[in-house]
Write a protein that binds this ligand. Structure first.
Ligand SMILES: [Zn+2]
Length: 338
């Protein structure tokens, strides 16, 4: 078994060759995206050229029928078509189907996985539970359910599966706008970006309390320039009450949503990932467990302890390794079918 695997992010492309037991020839290259002023077609053309160049560099030891498996930063249909990738193409009205381009130019079978689905495949090797939810808290919020007893593994078909970040959780007239254009969506409120926005708003309307917080006294924040990285996160980790209240209040709608998913889908573990959650680490998962306890006191709800909510520590290559794990799964599934 062999597969060419790629992890396409917003700024980097990771490449590797997977076989039954290992991932080899791993490389990482910087790529062009919409921030460089290129139109989507040109970005796609350059990406396919990068992937082709990598294929050429490893072709000597590669089977001509090895498929390509891509972890992709956006929604995917039938694991064959890429629908959109705002981090790559920006807000393009008609984003190109990168999978179709790659199929045409490589003459190989091309399978595409949403990046969070790829992460779920990788995490399934770590978490020995049958059914878990992986939830990413970064600039937005996304989730996927992995079920080891389901033939698809990750339940990501249809493409809206797991898009919990786009449920409306605030109907206030000044509710923040989501990247998708909607108002008051979970991803605009409980994400890293949403919490940073909330912190700035509160800092502006309660200057005295903000002025006494560690954001200001230790980390030198100002209301209009406060950031997660330099102020809110380090202050919350240091136990600052004002910062913890911001994170707690902004995260409450996420806990309510997660409680519903736990009850609806019967997941027995929630694996937390994403840049914002990882930066806060134990502070974040401790707070999320408390909020889950507040969100649901039903006696059959699993107790929100360390068993239910865990922080993933997947490492940089999680999506590339996930693509490799999926390639192995595909190989086994096809062998059984034939
Ligand atoms: Zn949205």
């Amino acid at each position: 078994m062999q597969a060419l695997v790629f992890d396409l992010g917003g700024t980097h492309l990771r490449c590797g060759v997977a076989d039954a037991s290992a991932l080899r020839h791993v490389t990482k290259v910087r790529i062009d995206n919409f921030l460089g002023g290129h139109p989507p077609r040109e970005i796609a053309r350059r990406l396919v050229a990068r992937m082709k160049a990598y294929e050429a560099s490893v072709r000597a030891g590669l089977s001509p029928v090895a498929p390509i498996v891509v972890s992709f930063p956006g929604p995917v249909a039938e694991r064959r078509r890429t629908l959109d990738a705002p981090t790559l193409f920006g807000r393009a009205p008609d984003p190109p189907d990168l999978a179709a381009d790659l199929r045409r130019h490589s003459l190989r079978d091309v399978v595409v996985l949403n990046d969070l689905s790829a992460a779920a495949w990788r995490l399934s090797a770590t978490y020995g539970v049958h059914r878990f939810l992986v939830v990413a808290i970064s600039s937005g919020i996304g989730s996927k359910i992995f079920d080891a007893r389901h033939p698809d593994g990750v339940l990501d078909d249809p493409p809206h599966a797991g898009e919990i970040g786009h449920t409306t959780v605030s109907w206030a007239p000044d509710a923040p706008r989501c990247d998708c254009g909607g108002m008051g969506h979970l991803g605009a409120i409980a994400s890293g970006r949403g919490l940073e926005r909330l912190a700035r708003q509160r800092a502006a309307i309660e200057p005295a309390a903000f002025g006494e917080s560690l954001c200001v006294t230790r980390f030198g924040a100002r209301a209009e320039t406060l950031t997660n990285e330099d102020h809110l996160v380090p202050a919350a980790i240091a136990g600052d009450r004002w910062s913890l209240a911001v994170v707690r209040d902004g995260t409450r709608p996420l806990a309510r949503t997660l409680a519903t998913v736990v009850l609806a889908a019967g997941v027995t573990r929630v694996v937390v990932t994403g840049g914002f959650a990882s930066a806060l680490g134990d502070v974040y998962v401790t707070l999320l467990r408390e909020l889950l306890r507040d969100a649901c006191d039903y006696r059959l709800m699993p107790c929100p302890t360390a068993d239910l909510v865990q922080l993933a520590d997947p490492g940089e290559e999680v999506c590339l390794e996930g693509a490799a794990a999926y390639a192995r799964h595909l190989h086994c599934a096809r062998r059984v079918a034939s």
